[in-house]
Design a protein. Structure first.
Length: 589
């Protein structure tokens, strides 16, 4: 130090680290060795206070790491390792090298070099790795506490050095980053399952709040990262809990409440950023609060949807007999959630929101018509063949149907004057809408006809069957299923031949009246087309195999249809004229 020669310092350092090997007795006394190395590094600390000689810091750090690391790997293979001694000396070296790399910059308030920052980071991670290696066989229950303590130590360094000595912000950010890293790691190490998700959900909100209060941009990026960790942890929680055979309390169980808490975390950060518009930059990355708010809202809605539907699906399948009945509950949840989202979007005058609302309505109408409505049929078929009374799907489908009617009505209101999609302006749109009305109405007629007409197959019906003698006693359930299917098939045919013409005639009449009153040319054409299809169906298909009673009913229906056509005969001239022309009326002389 007096000669101010770096070369002498390097030679002295090399000699100092060589001494233990030259005077070693081979007894392997680690306490003496590491005490000596500790004293040597304290001397380097004193030198670092006066001189910023990076090579000295690097060499002392490398030699110490090599010596301690080699001893530790060898020691852990011994029968009775010195766990406590390994932790004590490791912690001492960790503190010494933090001091060596910051003490000169604290004194002169200088900037940290990349090498110094690298040593600070690697020193922490190497000590952490050594500590975890020791604790794994020694006291594994303390691994989480050790991780959190290391994070808090770095937080303490950052706060003390920044407040008291105005330390370079780069080093402070590094220490804060290490703090967040270790605290975030501590939770999955110490805890299991949903506790990890809960902690990360709370931490993400806290980090964003701290970022706003301290104006440290790094916290905002950390909040984003932790939120992604939370989502990943939540997905794993769902996979572990909702695929098991365990019984959970409805809603008030750890996994559902964790999901609700995660959604609350996302919307809490959304609320914190509600009034922020200015972009922030850190480490070449841009934090756009407006885009992040939108992302949080979208992700929050998506996760909220899955939190509910997974819970409803799990509870339904564990508490309701019959898969076809159980599945109707998550379907109903889906429709209610979609309706609530649809309503919220409709409150906005934004065209994009109106387009999204229209898509939600159209998709759900299609899903109900071709998929959701089928489960009430499956439930009824199961009831007829097994006798297990389940009407959950049938009764709940009324609520689903009301929601579909709500979607259809609101879809018409949104697009009545200014359609949000060009497709809605085309003539085919009203034909498609009419098709879905007819299809859903026909499905409802079929469902109610089956429910009213069919009853469970009885033992007497099974024994009275001509096929009874062809089945063994353990195969009678197949015969029961066949009898049920035959009964359903006969009822379906009767409804198709008799019920559909009546329904379609009524719908055609309704379309016709609305088309005349609202001056909707295409709707009037649809009405006439449906009447024509109904007549053709009656006399080309239904009459051929119908009973005498069926034929009588068909002719009566024909008479009714002819009367309907006669009723509108005076209006026939305007049924296909352009809507912008005035309606003509014939006065009776």
């Amino acid at each position: 130090l007096s000669y101010n020669r770096k070369e002498l310092a390097v030679l002295s350092l090399l000699g100092g680290f060589a001494v233990p090997f030259m005077v070693s007795t081979g007894q392997g006394n680690y306490v003496v060795l590491f005490t000596y190395i500790l004293i040597l590094n304290i001397g380097i600390l004193a030198l670092a206070y006066h001189k910023k000689w990076g090579i000295i810091n690097i060499l002392s750090y490398l030699f110490t790491v090599i010596l301690y690391g080699a001893w530790l790997f060898k020691e852990l293979d011994e029968k009775t390792p010195h766990y406590l001694g390994a932790l004590a000396f490791g912690f001492a070296f960790y503190l010494i090298f933090i001091g060596i790399n910051i003490i000169n910059n604290v004194r002169i308030k200088g900037l940290f070099s990349p090498i110094e920052l690298s040593i600070l980071a690697s020193n922490t991670f190497l000590f952490y790795g050594a500590g975890m290696m020791v604790l794994e066989p020694y006291h594994p229950e303390f691994k989480g506490l050790f991780t959190a303590t290391l994070g808090l130590l770095n937080m303490g360094y950052a706060w003390f050095l920044y407040k008291k000595f105005g330390l370079d912000k780069t080093a402070v950010y590094l220490l804060i980053g290490l703090t967040l890293t270790f605290i975030t790691l501590a939770i999955p190490i110490q805890f299991e399952g949903n506790f990890i998700t809960l902690f990360w959900a709370a931490e993400a909100v806290m980090l964003m709040w701290l970022g706003q209060k301290s104006n440290i941009t790094y916290y905002r990026f950390a909040s984003v990262i932790v939120h992604f960790l939370m989502i990943g942890s939540l997905l794993m929680d769902w996979g572990q809990n909702y695929t098991s055979d365990s019984v959970l309390n409805m809603v008030f169980n750890k996994i559902c409440l964790t999901g609700i808490f995660a959604v609350a975390s996302l919307f809490s950060v959304y609320y914190l950023l509600k009034n922020e518009e200015e972009n922030l930059e850190q480490f070449g990355l841009i934090f756009n609060p407006k885009k992040y708010r939108y992302s949080l809202k979208l992700i929050g809605i998506i996760i909220g949807y899955f939190v509910g539907i997974l819970e409803v699906n799990f509870q339904a399948n564990t508490r309701i007999i019959g898969a076809n009945s159980a599945v109707t509950l998550p379907i109903l949840y889906h429709l209610i959630f979609s309706a609530a989202l649809f309503y919220g979007l409709c409150q906005s005058k934004n065209k994009a929101h109106s387009q999204l609302a229209s898509l939600i309505a159209v998709i759900n109408i299609i899903l109900f018509a071709f998929w959701f409505s089928n489960y009430a049929f499956y439930e009824h078929e199961q009831y007829i063949s097994t006798g297990i009374y389940q009407r959950i799907g049938f009764y709940l489908h009324y609520i689903s149907l009301l929601i579909i009617v709500f979607f259809g009505y609101q879809l018409y209101q949104i697009n009545k004057e200014n359609p949000v999609f060009e497709f809605f302006k085309k003539k085919i749109a009203i034909w498609i809408a009419a098709f879905f009305i007819i299809y859903i109405a026909s499905t409802e007629l079929m469902l109610h006809g089956l429910v009213i007409s069919n009853s469970p197959v009885t033992a007497l019906e099974v024994r009275s069957s001509e096929l009874y003698k062809n089945y063994q006693s353990n195969e009678l359930h197949y015969l029961k299923q066949q009898i049920a299917n035959d009964s359903i098939y006969q009822t379906r045919n009767q409804i198709i031949k008799t019920g559909y013409p009546i329904l379609w005639g009524i719908l055609a009449f309704v379309f016709l009246i609305i088309g005349i009153r609202k001056r909707i040319k295409n709707l009037r054409i649809i009405a006439l087309s449906l009447l024509g299809i109904t007549i053709l169906k009656l006399f080309l298909f239904d009459i051929s195999n119908a009973s005498e009673t069926g034929k009588i009913i068909a002719f009566i229906l024909l008479g009714i249809l002819i009367l309907i056509i006669s009723f509108v005969y005076q209006k026939i001239k305007v049924l296909v004229q352009d809507d912008n022309k005035p309606l003509e009326t014939n006065e009776t002389e």
